[in-house]
Ligand binder design. Structure first.
Ligand code: SF4
Ligand code: SF4
Length: 192
């Protein structure tokens, strides 16, 4: 992927809502609008460095078309440095974290599965989350599978596992994600 940087956010304000910000002057939870968000950024000229320096994947990577702008696609992408990836994947130059902010409709978009397939085919780690927790999509796709259905299934599990739904509902969903991953690994070993 090549860096683009020239893209403008336009009317999108997805990162001002979707992301958790830990900078003391701006601390907020994921999914909570920044207190300076008033249509656009109310303190744009004086916004903190954490905002100035943030580039989402859509602004960073050329291969995602205009329709991937987060407020249009429902997917907020971020580049993950190798050190942020699971140990087995840290040899890769980067990963792509796809935060689903537009619900199931965003996962149903054919362009979503097509793009995930292209990244996975290049062995680029793709992390998917619906807030918290997240899962590494590549490890669920070690056998021939219907990618579109698999992504919808993973999204449903991630969605059900959101903290907001409570610990009791989260535990079985996380357990299923874990089992699914272990099963995929076992299958790949027995096939290899
Ligand atoms: S998510 Fe990307 S395009 Fe949208 S406001 Fe943030 S940096 Fe701009
Ligand atoms: S300060 Fe402005 S750019 Fe930064 S999160 Fe808040 S609204 Fe967005």
């Amino acid at each position: 992927m090549t860096a683009l940087h020239k893209r403008r956010c336009g009317p999108c304000t997805a990162c001002c809502v979707a992301l958790k910000i830990e900078a003391p002057e701006l601390a907020k939870k994921a999914g909570e609008p920044c207190r300076h968000l008033k249509g656009g950024c109310g303190i744009y000229e004086n916004r903190p460095d954490v905002c100035r320096e943030f580039l989402c994947g859509w602004r960073l990577f050329e291969e995602f078309g205009d329709d991937w702008r987060p407020d249009l696609s429902g997917v907020l992408m971020m580049r993950k440095a190798p050190s942020e990836l699971p140990p087995a994947w840290q040899g890769r130059p980067y990963g792509v974290h796809m935060v689903i902010i537009g619900g199931e409709a965003a996962v149903r978009r054919p362009a979503f599965a097509e793009q995930v397939a292209r990244l996975v085919a290049r062995n680029i780690p793709v992390v998917m989350s619906a807030a918290s927790p997240s899962t590494l999509v590549n490890e669920h796709l070690t056998t021939p599978t219907d990618l579109h259905s698999k992504l919808l299934e993973l999204y449903a599990l991630l969605h059900a596992a959101r903290w907001e739904r409570g610990y009791l509902r989260m535990i079985p969903s996380l357990y299923r994600l874990l089992l699914d991953r272990q099963y995929a690994k076992l299958l790949s070993r027995s096939n290899g």
